[in-house]
Design a protein around this ligand. Structure first.
Ligand SMILES: [Mg+2]
Length: 181
């Protein structure tokens, strides 16, 4: 059986930060980029007058549908489906965002059927040989079950002791080596 590869969507396949932070920067006159995101706790690195309201942007209709794919993500996923059992495993922050994620996959990854889409906030419970993700809790949850987790490198996940990559090309090149071990 082909190895089962689980791929996160936000900040791994879809460029969440560019659009999310652009909306915040527009409203609060800031110049936030992901380089400043040294922790998962977004309210701690935005302006005080914004605070927890930074999370409200994740509930704005259309946000998730508007995201662009990250460089090479679509091409690499297309090639991965030839050799691996590829599943998208994503945790929608709301019911409307779930619908937008389905639409996003239909638009950007039309070669993936919708039975390749798994919605859960407990990725550690999903069967899979390897998870490619950016969120510390997802990476740790997978690692704790003795499986492989690969981080898309961001400042907020650098404390997690796992393999990490800065691009989809690098992920594609190193995947065979990780699965051999
Ligand atoms: Mg993510």
């Amino acid at each position: 059986m082909k190895p089962i590869i689980c791929l996160d969507m936000d900040a791994v396949i879809a460029d969440l930060f560019t659009e999310w932070f652009a909306r915040y920067n527009r409203d609060y006159g800031d110049d936030l980029t992901v380089d400043r995101a040294h922790t998962w706790d977004a309210p701690s690195y935005v302006k005080k007058e914004c605070g927890h309201k930074i999370l409200d942007y994740l509930h704005e209709p259309g946000l998730f549908l508007s995201l662009n794919p990250l460089p090479d993500a679509i091409d690499v996923i297309g090639r991965l489906t030839e050799n691996y059992n590829v599943f998208l495993v994503t945790a929608p922050p709301s019911l409307p965002s779930l619908a937008e994620k389905v639409q996003w996959v239909e638009i950007h990854l039309p070669f993936l059927s919708l039975d390749r889409l798994i919605f859960t906030h407990r990725k550690d419970m999903v069967r899979g040989d390897l998870l490619f993700d950016d969120a510390p809790n997802n990476l740790l949850g997978f690692l704790e079950t003795g499986r492989k987790a690969i981080a898309m490198d961001y400042p907020y996940n650098r404390h997690i002791d796992c393999h990490r990559v800065g691009s989809w090309r690098e992920f594609e090149n190193r995947l065979p080596e990780w699965l051999e071990r």
